[in-house]
Design a protein around this ligand. Structure first.
Ligand code: COA
Ligand code: ZN
Length: 319
């Protein structure tokens, strides 16, 4: 049975776009509950500027108060050296650095050119190397909402530059479809190219369901041999610097699909669904995830009483 590893990003990618501040106690309780579900990793928060992302201004407190469960890695998003220092101080298990493969999105999100971002992140990587594992998330790899197409070669070029810093420095790359522009044929091509070239790295795919192609893209990636995915409980999420961005793939929907297909996700699905059902109250609105509403395919409903009558009549030869 193929093992699939999930990284839950609801409290980071999910929460960062929510308009109303979610109390620190609620964030801590949610991470603690998610820690009991069998995730390989949880992206708890981000160490960004509190002016840029006010929702996550309590990053230190959240990291300090969660109960860490052995076997779960607690990762955090980091945009710069200042963020890296804060993340190290908070004893994050992994630093997830971020930049875009689209120049326009990088300027909008991180306020600098891609070259400056790369140089800054390279500095962070040299500074952190040997202390904490590093993952690099590349945004807008399947298209930029402002520029349009991002050529696959451009994605591979940045992936290569990070990989060339050495596996002892960068252990993984996350290829992000930040605004849900990927389609399955494109994913299959990207995954084939990545798998061929970056054999020593942990490769993770990060999809948004903005145009309803999220789970189809997960399937295309799994069929191409990818075993690591980011997902957001309830399908919350989106980048505040990407016009029209909407939710990540819903973790529970993706996990439910892969489980039904016979993949080993390691996740306690009933427990996860219980938590997913609490999300509308936490964020104050409906969330897109579907399985939490419909139940699992194995959660059956009693047949209406007249079905038994019809069956009995059929058995008597009357229908
Ligand atoms: N943690 C805390 N504060 C930070 C910080 C960090 N990692 N990085 C910068 N700051 C503060 C600076 O101290 C400065 O504060 P001041 O105005 O009180 O002096 C302010 O933010 C601006 O700093 P500057 O270095 O000029 O950065 P910037 O304005 O160019 O912003 C980013 C750069 C990347 C830090 C900021 O745009 C950011 O955090 N963006 C969020 C990106 C993100 O998470 N997007 C969504 C996920 S993909
Ligand atoms: Zn995202």
């Amino acid at each position: 049975m193929t093992r699939i590893y999930f990284n839950e990003v609801a409290t980071r990618d999910g929460f960062q776009i929510e308009p109303n501040f979610i109390p620190t106690d609620t964030k801590v309780a949610l991470v603690d509950a998610l820690s009991q579900c069998g995730y390989a990793k949880i992206e708890v928060t981000s160490f960004t500027s509190p002016k840029a992302i006010p929702m996550l201004r309590d990053a230190e407190e959240v990291m300090g108060r969660i109960r860490r469960r052995p076997g779960v890695e607690y990762t955090v998003l980091v945009p710069n050296l200042r963020g890296a220092e804060r993340a190290l101080e908070s004893r994050a298990d992994e630093l997830n650095l971020v930049m875009s493969t689209s120049e326009t999105h990088n300027l909008a999100n991180l306020r600098m050119t891609r070259e400056r971002s790369f140089a800054a992140l390279e500095g962070v990587i040299r500074h952190v190397a040997g202390r904490t594992p590093i993952n690099v998330s590349l945004s807008t790899c399947f298209g930029c909402p402002m520029e349009g197409e991002v050529p696959q070669d451009e994605v591979l070029r940045f992936a290569r530059r990070f990989a060339e810093l050495g596996e002892d420095r960068v252990r993984g790359l996350t290829i992000c479809d930040t605004t849900g522009m990927a389609h399955p044929a494109q994913v299959a091509r990207m995954v084939a190219a990545l798998q061929k070239e970056f054999t020593a790295l942990q490769l993770t795919l990060h999809f948004h369901n903005t145009r309803g192609m999220g789970l189809a893209n997960v399937l295309a990636a799994v069929q191409g041999g990818i075993t690591r995915f980011d997902g957001s409980l309830g399908g919350l999420g989106g980048c505040p610097y990407a016009p029209g961005a909407s939710g990540n793939i819903s973790s529970e929907d993706a996990i439910h699909m892969l489980d039904a297909m016979g993949y080993d996700t390691g996740i306690d699905i009933p427990r996860l669904l219980d938590i997913a059902r609490q999300l509308p109250e936490i964020v104050g609105h409906e969330v897109p995830g579907q399985v939490a509403k419909a139940g699992r395919i194995t959660d059956l409903h009693p047949a209406p009483a007249y079905v038994a009558e019809l069956r009995a009549r059929a058995a008597e030869g009357g229908a």
